[in-house]
Unconditional design. Sequence first.
Length: 286
Amino acid sequence: MPAERYALTLSCPDRPGIVATITGALFESGGNIMEAHQFDDEETGLFFARIAFNFVAQDGIELLRAKLTDAAASLQMRWNILNLSAPQRVLLLVSGYDHCLADLLYRWRIGELPMDVVGIVANHPRETYPHLDFDGVSFDFLPVTRETKPQQEAQIWQIVTERKVDLVVLARYMQILSDTLSSRLAGRCINIHHSFLPGFKGAKPYDQAHARGVKLIGATAHYVTEHLDEGPIIEQDVERVSHHDEPGALVRKGRDIERRVLSRAVAWHLDGRVILNGRKTVIFKD
């Protein structure tokens, strides 16, 4: 059986000796470094790193945690160790548009996204998605209105806690999460948002884009915060369009962009490649 792989992510005020301290702790714990990235943010004075490793010693993980706990005090370091060999438990939320949901389920089933889908929560009934394969996945229909939103979100939170959810993905879930739920899911809830130049809010954004004669359409994947669509950005992409593209063409192209942007953001999060940096993110791509 291959050795379990881990990813250590950390951030702390920049100073000499950080890399020596961390790699020394790994060496003394029997760790074998497989991949390493680092970044010095001169604007904030912070240091960021991601180190992928395995162990030659059987009980190395506990020794490493103890050494990092000691180092964290002197370095003012925030750190996390992710077991890359243990798939994260993911909950998918969806409304009427199912293209992102279909894409994530497909990538999960073929092994491209190393996760365990522990459930799907929708504010539309199961019959809304007749062509999707939900075999083996729990489906919870939780309708919501303005009046029932607190109760519905309480049900979502209950699912998150009872199923020990690591990551929530809003796969075109067309509901604004409350400040309370957003705060509870801070750093572990990813949303996909259509973004244009300029940006269009409200109903039928692609029709609005067509009416304004946009030349680029795009999408943004970001962490959810209490500030609507202003959370730390993980990934973005755009595609050039022209006056030949009717609203229907923009919708089709927009679906493709949203799918690939969201899947990349989820993949990077699952692999421990995203570190929060205030209102921004540091992404260590492979």
